[in-house]
Design a protein around this ligand. Structure first.
Ligand code: ADP
Ligand code: K
Ligand code: ZN
Length: 434
């Protein structure tokens, strides 16, 4: 268990105060974006002048911003300040295509590290702790975002960066690291390394981990916590909005608190663009409220999640978002059914005798979708009888069918034959597109 500690009083503002703060910041943001030709034109097309936006309800009248818009404006079309005001540039990872650039003023960097300090504190970080950051450092916002967040809390950083797993373990052990920061995929790789090399738990001092950057499941959390004997916390963000620090879990670990003093969140039906009811799944949309260099209005994240406005036992007053089920880009439509890779992960974690390493391959040889899933066996099941392997295959088929409703071809592959990841994992090969 972790002690419930709140970093910033903005996290527990009464809702009415929070909402008046939001509307005054929204008005300011709407003024600011008039310096961006893209928004000036969008507002003109919609027949809106900034003075028409007074309350939070008026947000609905503003245009959306999409990833395609940001690509059009590459590299710096969305900048709202002079270039000399910019203190840092980052880029999105380009997971789904050409990267987009983002910029931060000095104030933006302060805002950002403060937002990261919130979820780090919520997840147990104290000034006396040492944190190993095994995220990529570079254009990716993960490494630098968490780095400055940890420093802001007053804790010490070990900027290990992603990769070289044996060195990660050496540092973790020798430096008696308290907390680990990386992607959940890399955590799985690290955990596997610990087991394979029989590193005793007492040799490490690890207590907490903060994972983000890609979808993962509750089953994966249980698996990693059990294997490593630590508490794992989820945090979410995206470079277009600020980077990590948009939201993160508290000690209750039932959804991620969104820093609503800094962002307005909406959850919409991606087809009708209408808001969905609380608790219903939809696409998250964010409007920034405190950003100077690149304020953004109603950014469509393509991330699918639900919102929970119920008060939380921790005392924070913000809305919580669920885990991200997946991005709409990663969604596979197979025989008319929507499938996310995270559902395969969930199924595999419920079947004994498999490692949660998998690759989904989709093909359409005959105008009929064929999905096959390559699944790694554990050493033990790999050396078992054909009969056992056949049974294993059937159990996997059933587990996947129970979650997705679809029967998929399962191909068992030998241990360690699928790629391991140090950053964000790639689980899908879709051959239908070409
Ligand atoms: P890219 O879009 O190129 O991957 P980013 O590095 O900005 O660029 O990644 C942000 C994206 O990563 C989010 O839109 C989301 O899809 C994913 N992501 C980040 N944190 C989480 C998380 N905790 N759970 C699920 N997905 C996440
Ligand atoms: K310190
Ligand atoms: Zn809470």
């Amino acid at each position: 268990v972790v002690e419930n500690r709140i970093w910033d009083k903005a996290e527990s503002l009464p809702r009415s105060d929070l909402q008046s703060l939001q509307s005054s910041r929204l008005r300011k943001t709407v003024e600011q974006v008039q310096r961006i030709p893209f928004y000036k034109q969008k507002f003109a097309e919609a027949g809106i002048t900034p003075d028409k936006i007074r309350t939070l309800d008026d947000l609905q009248r503003l245009p959306f911003t999409t990833k395609a818009d940001l690509r059009e404006e590459y590299p710096l079309g969305m900048l709202a300040v002079d270039r000399k005001e910019v203190a840092r540039y980052h880029g999105s990872s380009g997971t789904t295509g050409r990267p987009t650039m983002v910029a931060y003023t000095k104030n933006d960097l302060k805002t950002w590290s403060n937002l990261c300090a919130r979820f780090l504190t919520a997840g147990g970080l104290l000034p006396e702790h040492s944190v190993q950051i095994a995220f990529g450092y570079g254009l990716f916002t993960g490494g630098f975002g968490l780095h400055y967040g940890v420093e802001h809390v007053g804790a010490s950083v070990i900027p290990a960066a992603a990769g070289n797993t044996s060195k990660q373990l050496m540092l973790m052990k020798d430096m008696q690291v308290d907390a680990l920061v990386c992607t959940p995929s890399y955590a799985l790789t690290i955990s596997e390394f610990i087991l394979k090399n029989q590193i005793p738990r007492e040799a490490l001092n690890l207590k907490y981990a903060h994972f983000g950057g890609e979808p993962w499941t509750e089953d994966m959390r249980a698996r990693i916590e059990d294997e490593m004997g630590i508490l794992c916390f989820n945090n979410y963000g995206l470079s277009e909005v600020i980077g990590p620090g948009v939201s993160g879990e508290c000690a209750v670990r039932d959804g991620m608190h969104i820093s609503e003093d800094a962002f307005i969140v909406e959850c919409i039906d991606p087809d009708t663009l209408e808001p969905v009811a609380p608790g219903e799944e939809g696409e998250l949309v964010f409007t920034s409220l405190c950003k100077e260099a690149m304020p953004i209005i109603r950014y469509r994240t393509r991330d699918i999640a639900s919102l929970n406005p119920e008060p939380c036992a921790c005392g924070r007053t913000s809305i919580r978002m669920s885990r991200i089920k997946g991005r709409s880009d990663d969604m596979l439509i197979i025989k008319g059914v929507n499938i996310y890779p995270s559902q395969i992960e969930q199924a595999l974690l419920r079947v004994e005798g498999t490692a949660p390493h998998y690759q989904i391959e989709v093909d359409r040889p005959d105008r009929k979708d064929i999905v096959s899933v390559k699944v790694e066996m554990t050493e033990e099941s790999f050396s078992s009888s054909m009969k056992n392997m056949q049974e294993l295959k059937e159990r996997i088929e059933h587990a996947i069918q129970a979650i997705t409703g679809l029967r998929m071809n399962i191909e068992l592959v030998s241990p360690n034959s699928l790629e391991r990841f140090t950053g964000k994992a790639r689980h899908v090969i879709d051959r239908r597109k070409k």
